[in-house]
Design a protein around this ligand. Structure first.
Ligand code: ADP
Length: 278
């Protein structure tokens, strides 16, 4: 670790932390985080798992957690179809809520869904501290962290307080989103968090009737940015109704429609880069 940075403390029981970040909101960061967690945890009956065992000789599913530190706009409860307050363990730590085999923790479990959070910076930081340090994750192979959009205090604090194996940056191909994604990548570099690469989301829309493809947000913006920053493009995810519907109904596509092309696109994003990270 370089001089001048605060001392990082691992999260108890967690082997690898992967953060999913974006410059702007609404570009698909939470969707990516949820489906990444599910792809990593893919159980033995799933075709992803079959591919993994063929290529690596390793068929066992992984223990995966999902931590939503997007305190102002937590999406994980809805996307993972989870509600309720976490129970406390004997040592007074919060127990994550569980669905689809993923242990989840979010500010959304601690406050009313519709209550606006009118918090000063210090309160936000103390909430983040609780989410980072007061959760009983048990033993996890991966903890996927859904960051808030942007490059503010929360992103810095998370990056500096826990050891992070890698950051995934999500952007649409639009200039306005890419500018902020660029800043995000630079921030991680400054705090010595390895950036695994960029995910280009909503890159193409194919009309379900005539099959014509339209690049609603532009075609190759994230690819250009990846070249500029000397980063990998982890994958292209199309703008697809199935992805939106699956997220909105709390049945993420990688879990609910693992055989679909969209699901495969999402899954492949991580196949090369995350699974083989060890
Ligand atoms: P962020 O976390 O960046 O704010 P979300 O993951 O919450 O973004 O996505 C914003 C909205 O866009 C959600 O309704 C989500 O279902 C939808 N969405 C994200 N990615 C796609 C996609 N590739 N195709 C269709 N809808 C998508």
């Amino acid at each position: 670790m370089s001089r001048g940075l605060p001392k990082q403390k691992p999260i108890e029981g967690v082997k690898q932390v992967i953060v999913v970040a974006s410059g702007k909101g609404g570009v698909g960061k939470s969707t990516t985080a949820v489906n990444l967690a599910l792809a990593l945890a893919a159980n033995d009956s799933c075709k992803f798992s079959e591919q993994r065992s063929t290529e690596t000789g390793e068929g066992k599913s992984k223990a995966v957690g999902l931590l939503d530190v997007d305190v102002y706009g937590p999406s994980i409860p809805k996307m993972m179809n989870l509600k309720g307050n976490p129970e406390l363990s004997q040592s007074n730590l919060m127990r994550p809520l569980l669905n689809y085999g993923i242990a989840c923790m979010s500010m959304g479990f601690l406050v009313e869904e519709t209550a606006p959070l009118v918090w000063r910076g210090l309160m936000v930081m103390s909430a983040i501290e609780k989410l980072l340090r007061q959760v009983d994750w048990g033993q996890l192979d991966y903890l996927v962290v859904d960051m808030p959009p942007g490059t503010g205090d929360v992103q810095l604090s998370v990056s500096q307080n826990i050891p992070i194996s890698g950051a995934v940056i999500v952007s649409t191909p639009q200039d306005i989103a890419l500018m902020d994604a660029h800043k995000g990548a630079e921030m991680f570099r400054k705090v010595h968090v390895p950036v695994l690469g960029l995910v280009q989301n909503m890159s193409v829309f194919q009309c379900p009737k005539c099959k014509h493809k339209t690049h609603i947000f532009g075609a190759d913006g994230a690819r250009r940015l990846a070249r500029t920053l000397d980063l990998d493009i982890l994958g292209d995810i199309p703008l697809h109704l199935n992805i939106r519907e699956a997220s909105d109904t709390g049945q993420p596509i990688v879990f609910s429609q693992p055989e679909s092309d969209e699901s495969w696109d999402l899954f492949c994003v991580f196949w090369e880069h995350v699974w083989r990270m060890h």
